[in-house]
Write a protein that binds this ligand. Structure first.
Ligand code: PZK
Length: 309
């Protein structure tokens, strides 16, 4: 992917005139820039996706909230990583980033990270049945090679969290669940076992912290890399609503689709708007934007126990 440094670029909520780093990867709502040979800058936009589309209306502060939440989770998870001989990729975030040339207006939505060799597997942990997991389970009684007990329904808590890795799909495609044996083929047995153990340990700790804050962490996806060795390094964003399913604990009730902590107002409005889910999606009304911004801020404040500002 080509990106020219210093070229003005449109962004949700802001036009950035001076970003002196080359674009190396772009996701639906985030991008990665190269700072130097050893460091990358992950920038979270205010864009929001729903039903596989990026909406034309940004959610103010979403990028700053998700970045602050990731940074907070990296700190919370450091002891779990250490128990497994692992680390994370975060080097710095926030105002300190102006020292490496990040414009002040972008610093709050940016993380400076170690450049890793990323492992080509998405490390998914599920503690509840939902989404593609439910459809797999209804068809086969399992999620790929992970057998589950009979009688589970959409939203059920699983007897134990499970590791259901997936492949990174091409742009526009959905990730595809793969058997553990495929992970072994790709990274070797020892690394595959380490990924599974660490993914489940991180999920368990995240679930425990979220539960204490009134949030059900239904599932999440981690990405790991290495940096010139065999030790695992936790990368990407962690335990945000964009990489995980967050449900309000107060309304958790297995048997039907659970309301999303963050996106439910957006989904409800889109499904009653007459949008066909194929055409470009419509602009969101301001009250849906405000309510959704509030949900992201509430997720941050509930989890961290501190005000977002
Ligand atoms: C890296 N991605 C996925 C994330 C996107 C795409 N520490 C790292 N070292 C090397 N590469 C990556 C990372 C991280 N994290 C991750 N692409 C490259 C990705 C965010 C936005 F557009």
């Amino acid at each position: 992917m080509s990106g020219r440094a210093s070229e003005p670029r449109e962004r949700a909520g802001a036009v950035v005139s001076e970003l002196p780093f080359e674009l190396v990867a772009r996701g639906k709502v985030r991008e990665v820039h190269a700072v130097d040979d050893d460091r990358l800058l992950l920038i979270a936009s205010d864009r929001i996706s729903a039903y596989d589309h990026v909406l034309p209306t940004p959610i103010p502060d979403k990028g700053r909230v998700l970045t602050a939440l990731s940074v907070w989770w990296f700190e919370q998870l450091t002891p779990v990583l250490a128990e497994h001989g692992a680390t994370h990729h975060l080097l710095a975030a926030g105002p300190a980033l102006t020292d490496v040339g990040v414009p002040a207006e972008l610093a709050g939505r940016s993380m400076l990270v170690r450049r890793l060799e990323m492992l080509p597997v998405e490390c998914v942990a599920r503690g509840y049945l939902s989404g593609s997991g439910t459809s797999e389970y209804q068809r086969t009684g399992a999620i790929v090679d992970v057998a589950l007990p009979a009688g589970l329904v959409e939203g059920s808590q699983l007897p134990e969290p499970v590791f259901t890795p997936s492949t990174k799909a091409e742009v526009g495609e959905h990730d595809e669940a793969i058997p553990f044996g495929r992970v072994v083929d790709v990274v070797g047995a020892e690394q595959a076992e380490a990924l599974r153990a660490l993914t489940l340990a991180l999920y368990r700790r995240g679930h425990e912290i979220a539960q204490d804050a009134g949030i059900v962490l239904a599932d999440t996806k981690f990405e790991f890399g290495t940096a010139g060795g065999t030790a695992l390094v936790l990368g990407d964003e962690v335990l945000t609503p964009d990489s995980s399913r967050f449900w309000p604990a107060t309304t958790w009730s297995p048997g039907a689709a659970q309301p999303s902590f963050d996106k439910q107002f957006v989904r409800d409005w889109l499904t009653t708007s007459g949008w066909d889910r194929v055409s470009p999606p419509p602009e969101l009304p301001e009250q849906v934007v405000a309510a959704t911004r509030d949900r992201y801020v509430r997720a941050y404040e509930q989890l961290t126990g501190t005000r977002f500002s």
